[in-house]
Every structure is written in structure tokens, then in C-alpha cells.
Ligand binder design. Structure first.
Ligand SMILES: [Zn+2]
Length: 351
């Protein structure tokens, strides 16, 4: 299959979109974002988005242009006036990185309005894309903090998504194709799960666990020649949040890795909880963890949420799909499609 560069994709899109429609093309890691002041012009099943996706064979996301977006305070006021009390709005979160507003409420079915009328009104009047979520039975400060933290770094995350995208759609390297996997931890031992998939084009790490039981060797074999230089890896993927799979992830950021971390949203939230606990417990026992809260926060800014069943481009020659592994909340088997799908590798994670 022909692999298009970012410029070639833009040219292909320009041939499909009528001249009088305003838009920009941007990258959100492996997704192609179309930013427009007239989102309706792109919609519909057989609409422009569908035609573009068919042509360039990439996931297309539609984002409102800044010129049609009301500010957060105005949008919040609009939402609170629009949605009836019976829906029981609990809180409203904005994430400018994806132009998304999340309304947490007791009755999302009521909040969304008849046939989605409220969702449409918010989009049409305020520009923001809206999601409705049910109020959880117990308030989680962790989730509140993560949402706030990611929102406050929306601009930086937007820039990172673009950089990740440019890396994914970089020019192809010459030479024949090969791929191999390397064991960096958890083989014939329990703990510190870590695998590396290397091809002639890219390097991807799956899981970055800690060996809790070992005082002397808690880390995976980060210094194996194939793992270096760490900062040049294309992506890190997590199967789930348990410390023996994600406990050493912040170490990568301590040593200069600044690439994306792909995981499901529950894995993202729970790993932050478990990594912070690991620091606390280690501190209480007088053992120093090889990273600190700042490394955990840096890591949080680099996380890209991927839901089960969604296929995303993560490297020039690799796509990723998560499947429900049934182990803990958010746990996934990692399916890598390598080299235009000629090779398929599955890491089951814990089952
Ligand atoms: Zn596990």
C-alpha cells in the first residue's frame, strides 16, 4: 500500500473539498484533523469526511475553528441554561486540546436532549464538541486532577500531537522490511514486563513494568543496545496499569523520552494512582524510587487515549488496536499490525 506523506495527504484532501469551503489540515498523532469554521459542510455519511477517509485511508477527526468557538465561561453558562435541572449537572470539564467539553451529570440521557438536540445546540452555538458522562457513584479526586492537569496543558499537548504526527508520517526509509521482538523483562521471571518491537523503520516499547520483589534489579533491561537511545523510540504502549506493567514508565521520561504513550483512559487514570502510591510506599520504607512526581506529570502530558477496538497509526509501519483482556479495568491485549499488515503481533498482557 502506498504511504502518503503529510503534504501528499493535504494535496489529496484539497482535490476533494470544494474551493469555497474554508479549512485547515492538522495532525493529531496518527489522526488527520480537519479544522473548519463550517463543520456542517463536512458532515453526513457520504459527506466530505467519509470521502476523504476513503481516499487517504486514515482516521479523520473534525475540529471547530477557533473563530466559531465561544470561550469556556460563556460556553459553561450556555450549557447550564440549556440543560434542564432534571439532568442534574454535576460538573463541566473543558479540554481545549481536542475542542471538547465533557458534561458530567446524573442523567446523560436527559442532558443530551431529544434526538441529541442539546448536543447539537451546544456545538452550533458554542463550537465545542460535547460529551455527556454519568456522575460516578464516588467522587474521584484523581480523575478530577488529571482532567484539570491535562486541560491546563492543552496548548502543549496540541503541539505534541502535531510532532507525534509528523514523526508517524515521516518519509519512508529505503531497504527491505524486517521486524523482531526483544525481551527486556518478565521472561522466565515475574515482574518488570517490557518488550521491544523493532523494525527497519521504527521502535516501539510495550509495557514498562517494575519488579516489586527485587531490591537490586527492579527495572527492565533499559540499557540493552536495542533499547537505546531511549529518547528516539517511536512509541510506548501499555497493556494495563498494574505496577509490574507500568510502574517504571516515568523513568523513561526522567531519561529524556518525550514520545507518545498509548493506553486506554482507565489505564491512564489508574497508572497515575499506582505510580504515585509506589513513590509514597517506597518513601515510607526508606527506598528511593528512580523517579518523582514531576516525571509522572510529564508522562501524563504525553498520554494518548485509545479505546478498545479503535485502530491507530503509531509509527510509519505500525498500527495499534487494543482488545479487552478481561484482567482489570481498562486492561488490553495489544495487537500490532506491522509492515502494511503483513505481520501481526499480539501481546496478551495479563489474562
Ligand atoms: Zn496485571
Amino acid at each position: 500500500m502506498m504511504r502518503l506523506s503529510f503534504k501528499e495527504m493535504k494535496d489529496a484532501i484539497a482535490k476533494i473539498v470544494p474551493k469555497d469551503i474554508q479549512y485547515d489540515v492538522d495532525l493529531e498523532a496518527g489522526d488527520i484533523a480537519i479544522i473548519t469554521p463550517t463543520p456542517d459542510a463536512f458532515g453526513g455519511g457520504e459527506g466530505l469526511v467519509g470521502q476523504i477517509a476513503k481516499k487517504i485511508k486514515r482516521r479523520i477527526v473534525l475540529r471547530p475553528h477557533a473563530s466559531i468557538m465561544k470561550d469556556e465561561a460563556e460556553t459553561e453558562e450556555f450549557i447550564r441554561n440549556l440543560i434542564e435541572d432534571v439532568a442534574g449537572i454535576d460538573s463541566i470539564y473543558f479540554d481545549a486540546c481536542y475542542c471538547e467539553v465533557t458534561v458530567i451529570c446524573n442523567k446523560p440521557g436527559e442532558a443530551v436532549g431529544r434526538r441529541g438536540a442539546n448536543a447539537k445546540a451546544i456545538r452550533d452555538e458554542c463550537g465545542w464538541l460535547v460529551k455527556f458522562e454519568r456522575t460516578p457513584p464516588i467522587y474521584s479526586k484523581t480523575m478530577h486532577d488529571i482532567r484539570g492537569y491535562r486541560a491546563s496543558h492543552a496548548k502543549e499537548r496540541r503541539k505534541l500531537l502535531k510532532d507525534f504526527g509528523l514523526n508517524i508520517y515521516r518519509p519512508k526509509r529505503p531497504g527491505s522490511f524486517w521486524v523482531r521482538t526483544t525481551a527486556l523483562g518478565s521472561y522466565r521471571e515475574v515482574g518488570r514486563a517490557c518488550h521491544l518491537v523493532t523494525s527497519n523503520e521504527s521502535r516501539v516499547m510495550i509495557d514498562v513494568g517494575v519488579n516489586i520483589a527485587s531490591d537490586t534489579d527492579p527495572m527492565p533491561y533499559f540499557t540493552a543496545p536495542e533499547a537505546l537511545p531511549m529518547e528516539k523510540m517511536d512509541a510506548v504502549i501499555l497493556t494495563h496499569a498494574h505496577l509490574d506493567h507500568a510502574g517504571m514508565l516515568p523513568v523513561l521520561f526522567r531519561y529524556g523520552y518525550r514520545g507518545p504513550v498509548y493506553c486506554t483512559p482507565p489505564t491512564r487514570d489508574m497508572m497515575l494512582l499506582l505510580q504515585s502510591d509506589y513513590l509514597k510506599v517506597g518513601g515510607a520504607e526508606g527506598k528511593r524510587a528512580p523517579y518523582d512526581m514531576e516525571d509522572i506529570r510529564t508522562c501524563m502530558r504525553h498520554v494518548i487515549d485509545v479505546d478498545w477496538g479503535q485502530t491507530v497509526d503509531i509509527a510509519p509501519d505500525m498500527k495499534l488496536t487494543f482488545h479487552n483482556a478481561g484482567h482489570i479495568l481498562g486492561s488490553s491485549s495489544v495487537h500490532l499490525h506491522v509492515g502494511d499488515g503483513k505481520h501481526n503481533i499480539v501481546f496478551s498482557g495479563d489474562k
